[in-house]
Write a protein that binds this ligand. Structure first.
Ligand code: 5AD
Ligand code: SF4
Length: 449
C-alpha cells in the first residue's frame, strides 16, 4: 500500500544566519499544516531539505559537501532531496546541473509552494519520473505574515520584521537572493510577541537585513521595538542588524528609556577606510561611523557593541587594512565577526572590481584582526571579574549538562555549575563572575535570600 503524506518523514538542516533559522521554522509550519511529519534523524527520513546560505564561499562548500553525502544515500533508497533558501535562489542552474540528485529547489519567497512541490516529487518518484520542482520567483510582498513559525521550545525566539534588502552593498548577494525590502505589519508582529509570551518565551530578537529602515505606514523601528518591549511577559528584546548609515536617534532614546530593550548593538563596520567603504557602497565614512559610536556611548555608556568586518576586499592595500585595524582598536568592540572577502556571483563587486587580494594576504589580515579582537574581548571580560551580572537562563551549557548557560543583557555568554537551587530556563539569576575567556564569563550563582 502507498504511504500517505503523513507517513513521509522530513528532515531539515539549516545553514547560515538567524534569518535562515527563522525561515526553517516557517517551512516547518507550512509543511506541518499539510500533514508532513519531521524527524531529527536523517537516516530514517524520506525527504531531506537543506535551507542554504549563499553569503560566502565557505557556506556554499558546506552545502555541496552535504549534497555529495546525500548522493550516496540516494543510491541506497528512495529519497527526495530539496534545496531551499539563498543558494536555491542564486544558483539554480549550477545546483541542478552539478547536483542532479536535487528534486526540489525553492527560494526564500516561495516557501508556500513547497508542500505541493514535495507532494509532486514524492508522487513522481513512485512512478519513476525525474521531474524537478523549482520555485524561485522573488516577491515584493511576501512576508509570511499569517504563518506562525513552528519553533523549538525554549525561552528565546526570533521574529522577522522585514525581508529582503535594498542597500546593494557591492560585495553582498542578499539583495539578489532575498529580493526587495519589505516590512511586515506591526500589529501582526505584536500579536506574535503576545502569543510567544503566553507560551513562556522571555526574549524576542527582531530580525531584518536593515532594521532601521523598517517602515509600515506611520510605524518606524523605534515605535515597533517599544511596542514589542511593552508586551507583558517579554523581558528582553534584541535586534539585528541596523545599518550605520541611518541610525535613528529615536531608537537610541527607546534603548536608553526601556529596560526590556537590551543594551547591545550589532553595528557592522565592514571596513575602516574611506576608499574601501566607498567601493563597498556602504554610504558612510570612517568618521561618520566613529561619531555614531560616540553618540551611542554618550546616550548609554553601558551599551555593548559588536560588528562584522570583511578583510581583503577588492584592491584593499595594507595601509587601508591598517585603518580598519585601528578602527577596531578605537571602538573596542565586545566581539567581532571577521571574514575574508569572498566574491559572490551577480554582485556589483563581481561585475565591476578585481578580486585581486591574494588568499594568503586575506588570511593574514583575518588572523591579525582576530588576534586583536580576542585581546580586546578578553580585556573587557576580565574587567567583569568580581562583578555580579543578571543572566537570563537559556538552558544547559554546550559542554556539560551539569552547567547552565545564559546571557547578560549585553549578550555575553555566561556559564556556571548547577547547584540544586531550583534554577530553571527562563529565570533571571544573579551570577558572580570569577573566571573569563575571550568569549565566555564563568561564575557562581548567588543564592537569593
Ligand atoms: N564576503 C565576505 N563577507 C561577506 N559578508 C557579506 N557578503 C560577504 C562577502 N561577499 C559579511 C558581511 C555581513 C555579514 C553577514 O557577512 O560582513 O555583514
Ligand atoms: Fe547585504 Fe548590505 Fe543588505 Fe547587509 S545591508 S544584507 S551587507 S546588501
Amino acid at each position: 500500500m502507498e504511504k500517505t503524506i503523513s507517513a513521509y518523514k522530513v528532515h531539515i538542516e539549516t545553514f547560515g544566519c538567524q534569518m535562515n533559522e527563522y525561515d526553517t521554522e516557517v517551512v516547518r509550519s507550512l509543511l506541518k499544516a499539510k500533514g508532513f511529519v519531521f524527524t531529527e534523524d536523517r537516516e530514517c527520513a524520506d525527504v531531506i531539505l537543506m535551507n542554504t546560505c549563499a553569503i560566502r564561499e565557505h557556506a556554499h562548500n558546506k552545502v555541496y559537501g552535504h549534497l555529495a553525502d546525500l548522493k550516496a544515500l540516494k543510491r541506497q533508497r528512495k529519497l527526495v532531496v530539496g534545496v531551499l533558501g539563498c543558494m536555491a535562489q542564486n544558483l539554480k542552474e549550477e545546483v541542478t546541473v552539478t547536483a542532479p540528485i536535487v528534486d526540489v529547489l525553492v527560494g526564500p519567497d516561495s516557501y508556500r509552494q513547497l508542500p505541493d512541490l514535495l507532494t509532486r516529487a514524492i508522487a513522481s518518484q513512485r512512478t519513476g519520473d525525474v521531474a524537478k520542482g523549482i520555485a524561485v520567483d522573488l516577491s515584493e510582498y511576501e512576508t509570511y505574515q499569517d504563518i506562525m513559525p513552528e519553533r523549538a521550545a525554549g525561552v528565546t525566539a526570533w521574529i522577522a520584521i522585514m525581508r529582503g534588502c535594498d542597500n546593494f552593498c557591492t560585495f553582498c548577494v542578499v539583495p539578489y537572493t532575498r529580493g526587495r525590502e519589505r516590512s511586515r505589519d506591526p500589529q501582526g508582529i505584536i500579536r506574535e510577541a503576545e502569543h510567544l509570551a503566553a507560551q513562556g518565551y522571555k526574549q524576542i530578537t527582531l530580525l531584518g537585513q536593515n532594521v532601521n529602515s523598517y517602515r509600515f505606514e506611520d510605524w518606524d523601528f523605534a515605535r515597533l521595538i517599544t511596542g514589542v518591549a511593552d508586551v507583558p511577559g517579554i523581558k528582553r528584546v534584541r535586534f539585528t542588524s541596523p545599518h550605520p548609515k541611518d541610525f535613528p536617534p529615536a531608537l537610541l532614546d527607546a534603548m536608553a528609556g526601556h529596560t526590556h530593550i537590551c543594551k547591545h548593538i550589532h553595528l557592522p563596520l565592514q571596513a575602516g577606510n574611506d576608499r574601501v567603504l566607498k567601493l563597498m557602497g556602504r554610504t558612510y565614512s570612517r568618521k561618520g561611523y566613529l561619531d555614531l559610536v560616540e553618540v551611542i556611548r554618550r546616550r548609554s555608556a553601558n551599551i555593548a557593541l559588536t560588528t562584522d568586518i570583511i578583510c581583503g576586499f577588492c584592491t584593499e592595500t595594507e595601509e587601508e587594512f591598517l585603518d580598519t585595524y585601528r578602527a577596531v582598536q578605537d571602538v573596542g568592540y565586545h566581539a567581532a565577526f571577521i571574514f575574508k572577502y569572498s566574491e559572490r556571483k551577480n554582485t556589483i563587486a563581481a561585475r565591476k572590481y578585481q578580486d585581486d587580494v591574494s588568499e594568503r594576504i586575506k588570511s593574514d589580515r583575518v588572523t591579525r584582526l582576530v588576534d586583536l579582537q580576542k585581546a580586546i574581548s578578553l580585556q573587557k571580560n576580565r574587567s567583569m571579574i568580581g562583578q555580579t551580572v543578571q543572566v537570563l537562563v537559556e538552558g544547559d551549557a554546550k559542554r556539560s549538562s551539569d552547567q547552565w548557560m545564559g546571557r547578560t543583557d549585553n549578550n555575553i555568554t555566561v556559564v556556571w555549575e548547577k547547584c540544586g537551587t531550583g534554577t530553571r530556563p527562563g529565570d533571571f539569576t544573579p551570577i558572580k563572575i570569577s573566571r573569563v575567556s575571550a568569549t565566555t564569563l564563568l561564575g557562581e550563582e548567588i543564592p537569593i535570600r
